[in-house]
Design a protein. Structure first.
Length: 41
């Protein structure tokens, strides 16, 4: 299990999220989608 707590992402003056908490379980399948150049890496 991977637990990520209280993360924040800002691009310039635009806050995408704040205080984000996520838990990834061992047997799950996860993906991140979005347009090119939106910071998925």
């Amino acid at each position: 299990m991977i637990i990520i707590e209280k993360i924040e992402k800002i691009f310039g003056n635009r806050k995408l999220f704040e205080n984000l908490n996520v838990t990834f379980f061992e047997k799950g399948l996860y993906g991140i989608t979005g347009e090119s150049g939106t910071g998925k890496t």
